[in-house]
Design a protein around this ligand. Structure first.
Ligand code: SF4
Length: 396
């Protein structure tokens, strides 16, 4: 394994100015954070009604606005004919401000994968990826602009953290993806967005409150939210143990994905620097607690990196850790990132890794790698457009 630059390593979950998350203090960031405007999707239904009344409108306007945004996927006041014209503009200005503007959109896989690069308040750049399959449409969304976790094999991690996203900025990525699907622009996929994975830029649990708020809005029945099933949401973490414990008490049934990438602390300390704070044993204990409370199988994410973590003995060690647990291993062939020495395992090694896990009774799949050509694949997000990262390529 090549030596790792020290500057990348000892990071602990960090966050932007304005964040009060415990796990988000002390971030290194590259530009002054700017707060996004308040948006309908930052508020719960009661707060929406109060805010509408404060504007001098009847409370039911909040439900009308919510129906337009969450059910009709519409933020254009010109199309809100059930709201008197005199008040529409002001309501839209106050509750549906533009949070993210498209910088660039690219597609590949014959139109079944669409990646969007967005610009938010303060110039923050984030990316989302929409993936179509015969039976579902899945959006991979970002929870932070950049990431403070510093995993050395990940393009996002190399740029550091810019700022946390607001709940509405997270929801807006989903609404935009739902529009693309509804317009039939995702080839070969159903027109209804059904699955969300929080595997884009950022560590979701380092932006806990906004991510939880977004999850509640995404899964609230229409018109108050998008009406997505909690079980069709997957929240990924590198293992912020206190936040994982807190999540287990939220009464949710979303799938938890743990980015493990190594079964032993010695290696994981280098691949996932936050492991120095919360080692493998504690991360897995928190994962089993989540599985115990929710009854949901935990997804163990493992990026297979050539000659780094793909040795047969590591497969066996991983299998022994997971044997008999409510867990499933998702192996991710590492995607190339600009200028990186890290690369995917050889096919024979990958097959052996899978075989060893399965021999120990651990359900294992190899992730379908989408979007490599457009830099929309796992580990690639945010390579493009970010200072010091070189040309096009982004992560999931
Ligand atoms: S792998 Fe995830 S947690 Fe690690 S730096 Fe990349 S985005 Fe952050």
């Amino acid at each position: 394994m090549p030596p790792l630059p020290d500057a990348l390593l000892p990071l602990v979950p960090t966050g932007p100015a304005g964040s009060t998350d415990e796990s988000s203090r002390g971030a290194h960031r590259r530009s002054p954070p700017a707060r996004p405007s308040r948006h309908l999707a930052d508020l719960d239904p009661a707060e929406r009604r109060s805010a509408v009344v404060a504007l001098g409108e009847p409370a039911y306007r909040a439900d009308q606005l919510s129906r337009h945004y969450f059910a009709r996927l519409c933020a254009d006041p010109g199309q809100m004919s059930d709201i008197p014209a005199a008040g529409r503009e002001a309501l839209a200005r106050h509750f549906l401000p533009t949070l993210l503007t498209v910088v660039r959109e690219a597609s590949c896989d014959d139109g079944a994968t669409v990646k969007t690069l967005w610009r938010g308040a303060g110039g923050a750049l984030v990316e989302s990826v929409l993936m179509g399959y015969a039976d579902r449409a899945t959006a991979c969304v970002s929870s932070q602009a950049g990431c403070g976790m510093g995993c050395p094999f990940c393009a996002t991690g190399q740029g550091g953290l810019t700022r946390n996203l607001s709940a509405a900025e997270i929801v807006e990525q989903v609404v935009a993806a739902a529009r693309v699907a509804a317009q039939g622009r995702l080839s070969g996929a159903p027109p209804r967005l059904s699955n969300i994975v929080f595997m884009g830029m950022g560590e979701p649990l380092a932006n806990y409150r906004a991510v939880l708020s977004a999850i509640r809005t995404l899964t609230s029945p229409q018109p108050h939210g998008l009406g997505l099933a909690q079980r069709s949401l997957t929240l990924s973490t590198v293992g912020l143990v206190p936040a994982m414990r807190r999540l287990a008490g939220e009464g949710l049934s979303v799938t938890l994905a743990v980015s493990l990438h190594a079964p032993d602390d010695e290696l994981r300390d280098t691949l996932v620097p936050v492991n120095r704070r919360w080692p493998v044993r504690e991360v897995l204990a928190a994962a089993w607690r989540y599985a115990g409370v929710t009854g949901r199988r935990v997804s163990i994410e493992y990026a297979l990196i050539r000659d780094v973590n793909d040795q047969p003995e590591r497969a066996s060690a991983l299998g022994r850790l997971l044997r008999g647990r409510l867990a499933h291993v998702n192996l991710i062939p590492l995607n190339p990132t600009p200028g990186s020495v890290w690369t995917a395992s050889r096919p024979g090694r990958q097959r052996e890794f899978v075989a060893r896990l399965r021999a120990l009774g651990v359900p294992t799949t190899v992730r379908d790698t989408r979007g490599r050509e457009i830099g929309g694949a796992c580990g690639q997000l945010a390579g493009a457009e970010l200072p010091g990262i070189g040309p096009a390529t982004p992560r999931s």
